[in-house]
Design a protein around this ligand. Structure first.
Ligand code: NAD
Length: 358
C-alpha cells in the first residue's frame, strides 16, 4: 500500500499534550493495520509565531498541501492576545483552512451512553445520540462581500454583511453531506431559512437537485429556528444535518453541548478531494495547560475521523472508537467527565489506556 503522509500540528497550551496521546494511538493502529502512515510535524498558531513571527508560515502551508491529512491540537492563548489581530494564532487557523479550501466541516455529536449524565438534557433524550452536522465553512455571510460599517446620509452608522451562496458552493457541500449520509443511516436534513432569505431558497433548490443523485438518502428540509428547537426537544430524530456557515456554527455548538463535554468531540474540515484537517472542537485550554489533566479523547477521536474520511482505513477508525468506548466502560475519566465512583486519570494515563484497549 502507498505511504500516506500526515502532518501533525500540535499548536499551543494543551495542544502538544493531547496530540502526544493521539499520536501514540495513531502509531498503534498504524502497526496493527499496516497503514504505512508517515508523520511529519509543523508549526501553527502561537508556536509558529514564536518560531517564525507568523501564525501560519509558508513552510506549514507547503507541508499541509503535500499531506493526505492534517492532525491539529489547538491554537491560541493569553500569551499572544496582545498582538495585532492579523497576526494572532486564530488567524493561522483561518489562513490554513482557506489556503487548503477546506469548505466542508464535519462535526459529529455522539453521546457515549456511559456519559449520558453529563448532558444538560435528561439521559433518555440523549443516550445513544449520534448526529453529524455538515457545515459549509468558507462561504456564506461570514465571507460575503460587500461588508462593513458605513455612515448614512442622515449621519447614522449602519453595519452590513452579505449572505450569498453560488450554486457551485451549494452543490459541493450538498454532495459531501449526501456522501456522509450514505455511510450512516441515509437520512439528511437540510437546514435553511427559505421562508425569508432568497440565498437559502436557492440553497434548497440545489440540495433538491443533488438529491436526485442519491435516491437512497431520505432528504428533508427544516427552517433553522425549528431545527434549533428540535435539537433540544428531540435530538435523536436527526442523522445528518447540512447547512450554511452561520447556521452551522450555531447548531453545531448546540449539538455539541447535548453531549455534555467538549473534551469528547472531534471534527473534520475537508476539501473536494477528501484531504482534511482534523482537530478537537475545543480550544487550547490555557487554564489547565501543563497540568497533565486535559482530556485527549476528542483528539484521539479526531484520528478516527481522519482514518475514515481521508485515509480510507475504516476498520482502524472503528477500532479506535471501540477502544475509547471500552476505556469509558472501565470507568476511566479525566476531570472534565469525572463523576463519583469512577477512576480519575490524567492525559497520559487516558492515552495509554486507549492504546492498551487497541
Ligand atoms: P477552550 O475550549 O480552550 O476552554 C473552555 C473550557 O473547557 C476551559 O475551562 C478548559 O479548561 C476546558 N477544556 C477545553 N478542552 C478541554 C479538554 N480537552 N479537557 C478538559 N477540559 C477542557 O476555550 P476558550 O477558553 O474559550 O479558549 C482558549 C483559547 O483557545 C483561546 O485562545 C481561543 O481563541 C482558542 N481556541 C482555539 C480553537 C482551535 O484551535 N480550534 C478553538 C476554540 C478556541
Amino acid at each position: 500500500m502507498k505511504n500516506r503522509r500526515v502532518l501533525v500540528l500540535p499548536g499551543d497550551n494543551i495542544g502538544p499534550e493531547i496530540i502526544a496521546e493521539a499520536v501514540k494511538v495513531l502509531d498503534r493502529v498504524n502497526d496493527n493495520f499496516e497503514l504505512n502512515i508517515d508523520l511529519e510535524y509543523g508549526d501553527l498558531g502561537g508556536a509558529a509565531i514564536d518560531a517564525t513571527g507568523e501564525p501560519c508560515p509558508e513552510a506549514t502551508v507547503i507541508k499541509a498541501k503535500a499531506a493526505d491529512a492534517i492532525l491539529l491540537g489547538a491554537v491560541g492563548g493569553p500569551k499572544w492576545d496582545g498582538i495585532e489581530r492579523h497576526l494572532r494564532p486564530e488567524k493561522g487557523l483561518l489562513n490554513i483552512r482557506s489556503a487548503l479550501d477546506l469548505f466542508g466541516n464535519l462535526r459529529p455529536a455522539i453521546m457515549y451512553p456511559q456519559l449520558a449524565h453529563a448532558s444538560s438534557l435528561k439521559a433518555e433524550f440523549v443516550s445513544g445520540l449520534d448526529i453529524l452536522i455538515v457545515r459549509e465553512l468558507v462561504g456564506g455571510i461570514y465571507f460575503g462581500e460587500p461588508r462593513g460599517i458605513r455612515t448614512l446620509n442622515n449621519g447614522e452608522r449602519e453595519g452590513f454583511n452579505t449572505y450569498k451562496y453560488a450554486e457551485s458552493e451549494i452543490r459541493r457541500i450538498a454532495r459531501m453531506a449526501f456522501e456522509a449520509a450514505m455511510v450512516r443511516d441515509k437520512r439528511l436534513c437540510s437546514v435553511d431559512k427559505s421562508n425569508v432569505l432568497e440565498a437559502t431558497i436557492l440553497w434548497r433548490e440545489i440540495v433538491e437537485q443533488i438529491s436526485l443523485e442519491y435516491p437512497e438518502v431520505e432528504l428533508s428540509h427544516m427552517y433553522v429556528d425549528n431545527a434549533a428547537m428540535q435539537l433540544v426537544k428531540e435530538p435523536k430524530q436527526f442523522d445528518v444535518i447540512v447547512t450554511g456557515n452561520m447556521f452551522g456554527d450555531i447548531l453545531s455548538d448546540t449539538a455539541a453541548m447535548l453531549t455534555g463535554s467538549i473534551g469528547m468531540l472531534p471534527s473534520a474540515s475537508l476539501d473536494k478531494n477528501g484531504v482534511g484537517m482534523y482537530e478537537p472542537c475545543h480550544g487550547s485550554a490555557p487554564d489547565i495547560a501543563g497540568e497533565g489533566v486535559a482530556n485527549p479523547l476528542a483528539t484521539i477521536l479526531s484520528v478516527a475521523m481522519m482514518l475514515r474520511y481521508s485515509l480510507n482505513a475504516p476498520s482502524a477508525a472503528d477500532a479506535i472508537e471501540s477502544a475509547v468506548s471500552s476505556v469509558l466502560d472501565d470507568g476511566l475519566r479525566t476531570g472534565d467527565i469525572f463523576t463519583e465512583g469512577m477512576t480519575k486519570v490524567g492525559t497520559v494515563d487516558m492515552g495509554n489506556a486507549v492504546v492498551r484497549a487497541l
